[in-house]
Ligand binder design. Structure first.
Ligand SMILES: Nc1ncnc2c1ncn2[C@@H]1O[C@H](COP(=O)(O)OP(=O)(O)OP(=O)(O)O)[C@@H](O)[C@H]1O
Length: 249
């Protein structure tokens, strides 16, 4: 499986927010999308999920043009966790997770609702309406729902939102360990470096860097594109640890 972007251009209203982009995303990769606010990460993730139509260019999945795939066929391959989840769902935690059964291909092995409730530490809340949960608890429900879909490709838009530090590391590590291909946007450089083998730095809709974390998370890139001074606390080739010293004066 391979996702290919061919001269993909994405608009929001009349404004182009992702400039013509070519990109190959391969089976098995754990990809982190990083970039300042408004750089186009959400728009790009939604386009890959078939939720945002290209202004021009195209996206293909295993050589099939995404726009030609039926929504249910797409849902059988990928799940997406969006930033804005409904807060007023009249469903219980258990039933919200189970909703994803509709998108899970018949016969595909995957975790049970009970297993996911345990993994996300939601078992005591199984029968609580989602509308009565805290922001972090709700985020765990929708992560569990995406995992229940048992997708080959998992798209996550700022999945660490609202999660306490334990759940950021434990649940996101679980996603990266159990799903074949993960493409996720992150604002936390160290989480992205630890979880991903490839980082794509998007700035004003243009890819400015693409490679292993140690190549992308350089003090020069962080200064130029995020406006912060930083230093590396370790030179671990797999997962550089970044200390942000402050905003550039
Ligand atoms: N519904 C919309 N209508 C008009 N413009 C929009 C809409 N959604 C997003 N935009 C604009 O598109 C640009 C890209 O937004 P996008 O949400 O993709 O960025 P992002 O990198 O995910 O940002 P963040 O890190 O803040 O979540 C921004 O300038 C934003 O203001």
């Amino acid at each position: 499986m391979c996702i290919e972007l061919h001269q993909l251009t994405l608009n929001q209203g009349h404004r182009t927010v992702v400039q013509p982009t070519d990109l190959h995303l391969h089976r098995g990769e754990k990809i982190g999308l990083i970039g300042p606010n408004g750089s186009g990460k959400t728009t790009l993730l939604k386009a890959i999920a078939g939720l945002h139509s290209p202004a021009s260019g195209r996206i293909s999945l295993d050589c099939h043009c995404l726009s030609g795939l039926a929504p249910q066929d797409l849902a059988q391959q990928m799940a997406i966790l969006l930033q804005d989840q409904p807060t007023d769902l009249p469903l219980s935690v258990h039933d919200t997770i189970e909703l994803a059964a509709m998108a899970r291909p018949d016969g595909r092995a995957g975790p049970s609702v009970a297993e996911l409730l345990a993994i996300a530490h939601l078992t005591p809340l199984a029968h609580t309406p989602v509308s009565r949960l805290s922001g972090g608890e709700r985020q765990r429900v929708f992560l569990a729902q995406a995992l229940f879909q048992a997708p080959q490709i998992l798209l996550l838009d700022e999945p660490s939102n609202h999660l306490d530090v334990r759940h950021q590391w434990q649940l996101l590590q679980h996603c990266h360990d159990t799903i074949e291909t993960v493409i996720a946007s992150y604002h936390d450089f160290n989480l992205a470096a630890a979880l991903c083998d490839r980082l794509i730095l998007l700035v004003d809709g243009v890819i400015q860097a693409d490679g292993p974390p140690q190549q992308v998370l350089t003090p020069a890139n962080l200064k130029r594109h995020f406006g912060v001074d930083s230093e590396r606390l370790s030179n671990d080739d797999d997962a550089p640890h970044i200390r942000v010293l402050g905003a550039v004066a």
